[in-house]
Design a protein around this ligand. Structure first.
Ligand code: ATP
Length: 269
């Protein structure tokens, strides 16, 4: 079929040092660095390196970030596919897009493929109304076929992200497919402080800002929430024509974000 060519994949600028906390996840993902940097050394020895890694964890915990950081650190191109894009597509388009993406990544190897929201196409099959022939299922089948089609030595690592590992079709998790699982957790106190530090690197802070205190006051915040908090605080200071962000801006915005979260919860009930 005729589909759009895969966009040229760039080498991300992010590094693993931009991912704060998440030490376990960084260590596990980091094991692939050597392989991506010098695939030939492994290939000469006939060593088979895992191709499929499932990143699981709540929204905003840095799954996309860590995948990009691995590519950036290894200096390899990053091919990104958002699985939810395929849901509304014409039959056949999703599958051929998947094929094109894997072909492009193989041509550019060593390389990384990142599949976001894997659960949107990867739910248990046969559960939909399409009687097993719908678009979603064809896309999923193509992903499975591509994972099986790797030669052991090919230097393409496929990372897939989900916050619903429980609904995934077990076929995805079989050996040779997404058989390695890395869990990202919501950050603890030290993790939140580290994330705040990363996002405040280029934000001028007034002397009364204590990021440890901000971290103490933001239990349950994800990395994405904390990034948002820093940005909202900076916006508030800019609106007041200040040259530095003050502690009260963090307090105000934290309260606002928390109330927003409470409101959202109330609506869902
Ligand atoms: P989703 O499941 O909603 O797609 P995700 O787990 O992929 O979320 P990201 O998109 O990687 O989360 O995170 C959003 C943003 O939050 C990142 O671009 C980054 O700026 C910030 N962030 C999240 N976690 C961290 C972290 N551990 N260190 C630094 N920044 C983080």
């Amino acid at each position: 079929g005729k589909t759009e060519p895969v966009k040229k994949a760039a080498i991300p600028k992010v590094r693993l040092s931009d991912v704060a906390g998440q030490e376990n996840a960084k260590a596990e993902v980091g094991e692939l660095l050597e392989f991506l940097r010098d695939a030939e050394r492994y290939q000469r020895l006939g060593a088979e390196v895992p191709h499929g890694i499932l990143l699981q964890g709540p929204p905003g915990t840095g799954k996309t970030l860590i995948a990009r950081a691995l590519a950036g650190e290894a200096g390899v191109p990053f091919f990104h596919m958002s699985a939810s894009e395929f849901i509304e597509m014409f039959v056949g388009v999703g599958a051929s897009r998947v094929r094109n993406l894997f072909d492009a990544a193989k041509k550019a190897q060593p390389s990384i493929i990142f599949i976001d929201e894997l659960d949107s196409v990867g739910r248990v099959r046969g559960a939909g109304l399409g009687g097993g022939h719908d678009e979603r299922e064809q896309t999923l089948n193509q992903i499975l076929a591509e994972m099986d089609g790797f030669e052991g030595h090919e230097a393409v690592v496929v990372l897939a992200a989900t916050n619903r590992p429980d609904v995934l079709d077990p076929a995805l998790l079989r050996p040779g497919r997404f058989d390695r699982h890395v869990t990202l957790e919501l950050p603890d106190l030290a993790g939140r402080e580290a994330i705040l530090k990363v996002h405040c690197r280029s934000v001028p802070l007034a002397g009364d800002v204590d990021l440890h205190k901000v971290a103490t006051g933001t239990p349950g915040f994800s990395g994405a929430d904390l990034k948002n908090l820093v940005n909202e605080a900076a916006m508030a200071a800019a609106r007041e024509n200040l040259t530095k962000v003050e502690a009260r801006h963090f307090d105000q915005m934290r309260d606002r974000i928390m109330m927003g979260a409470v409101r959202t919860l109330a609506i869902h009930e």
